[in-house]
Design a protein around this ligand. Sequence first.
Ligand code: GLY
Ligand code: MN
Ligand code: MN
Length: 353
Amino acid sequence: MENKIINYLKFKNVDGFFISKPQNVRYISNYTSDDAYLFITEKGNYFLTDPRYTEQAQIECPNYTIINWREKGKTIAESVKFIIENLNIKSFLFEGDYVNYNMAEEFKSFGLESIGVTGVVESFRSIKTEDEINKLRVACQIADRAFERIIKDIRVGITEKELASKLSHYMVMEGADTKPYGNILISGTRTSLLHGIPSNKTIEYGDFVLMDYGCGYKGYLSDMTRTVVVGKATKEQREVYSIEMQMVEDSKAAMIAGAKATDVYEASIKAIKNTKYFPYHYNGIGHGIGLFVHEIPFMGPRSTEILQENNVITIEPGIYIPNWGGVRIEDQILITKDGNECLTSSIRELIEL
Ligand code: GLY
Ligand code: MN
Ligand code: MN
């Protein structure tokens, strides 16, 4: 991937790129751990880390000059200065949305052109390679298998926290990376909390249980949501659920290469627009996903993006009614040449447990 950056640097007529966002570091260098910074130039690539990780960096990134930044100065910027002086760099880019104020000020003090940019590596990352798609596919399959296991555990009296921890355990046992990311498992009226955190609340008869979760596989993430009912669903639960199902189906039908993200949003609200539930839908209906859970393209009424072949995007319209509850179904979709493929395949019809 370094060549992509070098071509970009030539195109922009800049000498180097300091890359520090962890997902971008991983994407460019294949390094899988923490505390790592890249400095990419046409004259050579540098990898800055601390002594905890130098051995791992040497194994995973043999084409880089590995620098222990603690040896080169008090700050990471000081070791960047060392590289700049060595290579006679006159200008370099850094990630303006990630580098902190202090580091940006230090860069400025070098007295050469340091330019903050946003979204460069992210735009490369939004189009997935075959290898990335394969990893995302496995991450989704792991989440699907965990769903089959967790629904057997949902019963009156168990707490949200207990279920959430079982769900994480199942994903690891099914092959997920061990580094977790925030799964949501909430129940009853709490399901209207878009990003509710699992609590000590026990599951009760009649509750919706909303599970929004996923895992990493070799760094690549899955993200899916299913909402089930404990016991027999009420008429209103059925009604809201069936509108939600239709919203997801309509959105998926619109997810093709060349479609505007706003077209997908318009499709997503068709089934709810003329119902009393319209005020309870949420505008953010999906996002790209890969090494990070929320990445471009983002889907909603203000989005300016166009869907492209090999984007992987979640679709997750939802209905959230305060003090009553919420329903979300979320799938992970690969945009293909001729349409799309749903990478998550757990049952979507309403499950009554
Ligand atoms: N509802 C948050 C997410 O799945 O991204
Ligand atoms: Mn999710
Ligand atoms: Mn999501």
